[in-house]
Design a protein around this ligand. Structure first.
Ligand code: PGA
Ligand code: ZN
Length: 443
């Protein structure tokens, strides 16, 4: 029987240079699992709580010593000496120890760090590749996905132009992503994405634009409109040698919660007249974009509390493109259930730190899969070099992953892990491709 012999915690840094929580769980004094939590900038109001110190004398209040102490104190005491049992038991123990709805007592950052570190320690102790260990640990009770390979590799969507709160580009749409749906493998999809990203760089430079990058490694040029960004993206896809829409499509994250103030949306580019739009104005705009550009999906097209607008958006575009809920669903089964019942959206962003444990993350994926909502694994705008989400996507047959541009080490590492997985499980993987995109499903 394996025993939890130590639990450690550290206040380390993320890719924005902000403190974050890292935990290590050690089994039998020798098998170590470690996880460092990411952090968002455009966080949804209903996410589990990221506990920060609010001590203005350290890191501008952003320190995480309280969360670290919660691991070293109560969480360590509850875990140490326990037989290493299944993931759900450990996660339930942590949830009960916290005792709040949104994990505000111990902090979701503290809880997730331990939850994932534990899963990784189990994989090490059993000498299993992480995707296989995760599949075994999380799939019990879920009939949707097989326990062992063949694995489905996800479509990578590369966030190549950054706007919103992730860059000072002036673009109000937060993320312009490219999705190589027509590739034959994830390795090929990554090559197509990289080639297009580099072509985009050349085009921007030729147009006299700066090619410095935003938080997720996408370029942050000063373009005068979202439409201009879409045009340049289509040019880049074509100039890289691919057919827009067929081989490489576009996915947008509008992150509209950030644009919603005083009962209206402010989508206009910074510097122009801050015009006000209603939900129906935006829906009409998205319809025109979908007619004009090869758009395969729109994430957070409307704000997190605008369920009425979301319902109208779903009626207008739900059979043509992915309508992806991020702030709307926050990886939470109660929120997703509301979406399923009211027929709102058809895809859900999966971010483990929005909900705070690995088991609850898996439950959101399973609920989505059993109702034909597409789960999409996602990074946060502040990350670290851990590639766990790539392994988790594979383990649970998540058909899509967004993890920034092919630039900046903390983004690259996730794509590199997908390349390794594709090679290590060669012959036992199939690429998800275009089949999870509503407008692209063969009739
Ligand atoms: P965030 O952005 O990590 O800053 O919240 C990512 C997203 O909105 O998808
Ligand atoms: Zn988002």
């Amino acid at each position: 029987m394996t025993t939890i012999t130590d639990v450690r915690a550290y206040e380390v840094l993320d890719s924005r240079g902000t403190p974050t929580v890292e935990a290590a769980v050690i089994l039998d004094g020798q098998h170590l699992g470690r996880f460092c939590v990411p952090s968002g900038a455009s966080t949804g109001r209903y996410e589990a709580l990221e506990l920060r110190d609010n001590d203005p004398l350290r890191y501008g209040g952003l320190g995480v010593q309280k969360a670290v102490e919660n691991i070293r104190g109560p969480m360590r005491s509850a875990l140490i000496g326990r037989n290493a049992t299944d993931q759900r038991t450990i996660d339930k123990l942590l949830i009960d120890l916290d005792g709040t709805e949104n994990k505000s007592h111990l902090g979701a950052n503290a809880i997730l760090a331990v939850s994932v570190a534990y899963a990784k320690a189990i994989a090490t102790s059993r000498a299993l590749p992480l995707p296989i260990a995760l599949a075994q640990a999380l799939q019990s009770g879920n009939a949707q996905t097989p326990q062992v390979p063949p694995f489905q590799t996800p479509v990578p969507t590369f966030n190549v132009l950054n706007g919103g709160v992730h860059a000072d580009s002036g673009l109000s749409v937060q993320e312009f992503m490219i999705a190589p749906v027509g590739a034959s493998s994830v390795t090929e999809a990554i090559r197509w994405g990289v080639e297009t990203y580099r072509t985009l760089r050349k085009l921007l430079m030729a147009g006299g634009h700066r090619v410095s990058v935003g938080d997720e490694g996408g370029f942050a040029p000063q373009l005068d409109s979202n439409e201009r960004a879409l045009e340049i993206l289509v040019q880049a896809i074509t100039a890289a040698g691919y057919v827009p829409g067929e081989q490489i499509g576009i996915v947008l994250d509008v992150a509209a919660t950030e644009l919603y103030r005083d009962s209206s949306y402010h989508l206009a580019a910074a510097g122009s007249n801050q015009e006000k739009s209603s939900a129906s104005d935006l829906i009409a705009l998205y319809q025109s974009w979908v007619r004009t550009y090869p758009i395969l999906g729109i994430e957070d097209g409307l704000a997190e509390d605008d369920w009425e607008g979301w319902r109208a958006l779903s009626i207008a575009l739900g059979d043509q493109i992915q309508l992806i809920g991020d702030d709307l669903f926050v990886t939470n089964i109660a929120k997703l259930s509301q979406g399923i019942t009211t027929q709102v959206g058809n895809a859900i962003i999966i971010k483990p730190n929005q909900i705070g444990t690995l088991s609850e993350t898996a439950d959101s994926i399973f609920l989505a899969q059993s109702h034909n909502y597409v789960p999409i694994m996602a990074n946060r705008s502040a990350e670290n070099a851990d590639s766990f989400i790539a392994d988790l996507a594979l383990a649970l047959s998540v058909p899509q992953i967004k993890t920034g541009a092919p630039c900046r080490g903390e983004r690259i590492e996730k794509y590199n892990q997908l390349i390794r997985i594709d090679q290590d499980f060669a012959g036992a993987t199939t690429y998800a491709g275009a089949r999870f995109f509503p407008g692209r499903v063969p009739k």
